[in-house]
Every structure is written in C-alpha cells, then in structure tokens.
Write a protein that binds this ligand. Sequence first.
Ligand SMILES: C[S@@+](CC[C@H](N)C(=O)[O-])C[C@H]1O[C@@H](n2cnc3c(N)ncnc32)[C@H](O)[C@@H]1O
Length: 271
Amino acid sequence: MRGHRLFRGLHLAAVPSLSRKRLTSHTVRRADDVRAFFDDVAQDYRESHGKAPTLLRDRLRLLRALLPQARGGLLVEIGCGPGQHLLALADHFERAIGLDLSPAMIELAEHLRHQHPLRDRIAFAVDPAEQLATLAPTSVDTLFCVGAFEHMLDRGQVLRQIRRVLKPDGCFICLTPNGRYLWYTGIAAHLGYEVRHLTSDHFITEGEFRTLLATSGFTLVTVGYWSFVPRGDMPALAGTVMTALDAIGRVFGIPDFRGGLYIAAAPTPDR
Ligand SMILES: C[S@@+](CC[C@H](N)C(=O)[O-])C[C@H]1O[C@@H](n2cnc3c(N)ncnc32)[C@H](O)[C@@H]1O
C-alpha cells in the first residue's frame, strides 16, 4: 500500500497546476512535530507555492549559477525532501548525498534514486541538519539547502555543523524565503492569509543571515534576491500584483518586493 501512496506523491509532484488549498499553520513545539509534519506531507508530496515545473526550473537555474566553477567531489543537500534538486545536480559531482529529518521524505527520495542513471553515486539518509552525524569533518565540497532553512529550528547550530563538515575551500549555498518580502511582512496578514506552514518557520532577512553567517565562521561570497512569488498561497489578484512588484523590484533593486533570498558563503579560515 505504501508503494502506491509514494507513487501517487511522485505523480502529483509533476502536476503543473496551482494549489488552491489555503495554507494553514501547524503548531510546532519540538523537532518531533517538524518531523511528523513532513512525514505526513511526504505521503502526498507536491509543490504548494505555485507551478511546480516553473519553480523547479528557476531554482535549478539559480543553483547552477551559484555552484563553484570548479565542480566535483562531494555534493550534499540538507533538508533534501524527495531530492529533486540533488538528483538534477548530481552529474556535476563524483558523489551526492541528500539528508533530511523526515524518514518518509528519504523513502520518497530513495524511490527516485533507483530510477536515476547515476544512482550508484547518490545516497540519501535520515540526518537532521542540526546534527549531520553521517558526515565526517572537512569532507564536503559543496553543501546546499533549498526551501528548508526556514523550517530548521536551530539555524545557528545548523550553520556550525555545515562549517564542521565543509572542506576549507568548500561552499555553502542557500535559497530561502526573504524575511523582508512585503507579502510576509504585512500584505498577507492584512488579507487574512497565513504564510507559514509551521508556527516555528522563520523567514530570515539578509541582515540576519549576514550576522548568523559571520558568527558561525562563514564569509559571505554572494547575496541576492530571486523571483519567488508564492502564488499558490495567495488570492489570484494578489498573485498578479506580487508578480508585477517582483519585476519592479528586480529592475530597481528593491528587496521588499522580492520573495526569494539566496546566499553563497565560504568557511572563514581559522586563525
Ligand atoms: C519544503 S521541504 C523542501 C524539500 C526540498 N529541499 C525541495 O525543495 O524539494 C522542507 C524539507 O526540510 C526538511 N527539514 C525540516 N527541518 C529539518 C532539519 N532540522 N533537518 C533536516 N531536514 C529538515 C523537511 O523534512 C522537508 O523535507
């Protein structure tokens, strides 16, 4: 039966329609609640923020632009979910590992890995990002995180673990919602819409990320904003307005109009 449910999840992930189910916030008190939420989501995994193929294409394009020029070695994704980004980028690296808090997500990722031509050099495992217990110190060339950092309960601890496992010339890339985005800071509440899947979700600002990186042993290499308009979580008219604002924000460099924040960072050398 479980196999059927997984297959249904994979099928739905490819449906290019907008979700019209209203986003509601689930109460989180501890890590077990986060795991339970994503285990549940994995049974019917789908992109809920907008058109799945478009969002995936945009994120992969940005990730490819942010990856170091000299690729190769070990690629790791934390909070990998079903592994769609890792599986798409694995061909640039000798080995690729996807890690996630949720056993059900890893089961879904394993299902996809078996269909991948490079499956023998890809692995998935359950491992919370605050621990990264499956990774040895200074073993990772590139580590990335997409749409998961905002769900992690102890982001300082996550960054310290990333710092521990990255090689001295390694690279950390993160794509996450922008904490300064007008939809999150005011418009959604004004219209009576929720923006967080979990009550513990935190949308980080560029300023907060800069401070967190600096205090966790990282040097910021690149920071910027990308076109993430969570139209699936908004009424249709708001989606049109926010898409127009995104275009204006892109041209005039207005962070509050942009839904996505990205950074690339390198370990600061030890003194
Ligand atoms: C919205 S999904 C995104 C999955 C994937 N990165 C993608 O974009 O398709 C967020 C994922 O983060 C994982 N996650 C949340 N908190 C985590 C933590 N502390 N450590 C590892 N994974 C975590 C969840 O289990 C879930 O699979």
